[in-house]
Design a protein around this ligand. Structure first.
Ligand code: AMP
Length: 114
């Protein structure tokens, strides 16, 4: 989608601090990091959220989970722990309408989820 900032990042039209890329997904450092390690993992296929994905995307979603684990190791947070989250919709304050997973680590986080 031309007007989607993450699609434009994936295409290379907007610069990003890339940490990983393969045929299905792209990962880059969050521009406004909330933790020492804060990476966004996004599918190359445009979907606003998981609500727009279906049975045909099972392999893609599984692949992203495995990439997140690989990146957690590369970022050095797999031993200390990390958090993975995706915001969906207004109550969750989703600001970019392209499915993305926040990978956060490198700091002791709160038990609170909201
Ligand atoms: P969310 O609020 O869950 O939709 O998260 C969107 C995230 O995208 C925020 O953490 C932003 O800091 C991040 N973000 C927005 N624009 C960029 C950009 N150009 N490069 C890297 N991260 C970005």
């Amino acid at each position: 989608m031309n007007d989607c900032i993450f699609c434009r990042i994936i295409k290379g039209d907007i610069p990003s601090a890339k940490v990983y890329e393969d045929e299905l997904c792209y990962a880059f450092k969050d521009i406004n990091p909330q933790a020492p390690a804060h990476v966004l993992v996004v599918p190359k296929k445009h979907a606003a959220s998981v609500l727009e994905l279906g049975e045909e995307d099972k392999a893609l979603l599984g692949h992203i989970q495995l990439v997140i684990g690989k990146l957690a190791k590369e970022l050095g947070v797999s031993e200390t722990g990390f958090r993975v989250m995706t915001n969906c919709g207004s109550d969750a304050c989703q600001s970019v309408k392209h499915l993305h997973y926040h990978l956060l680590g490198g700091v002791q986080m709160s038990e609170k989820m909201v």
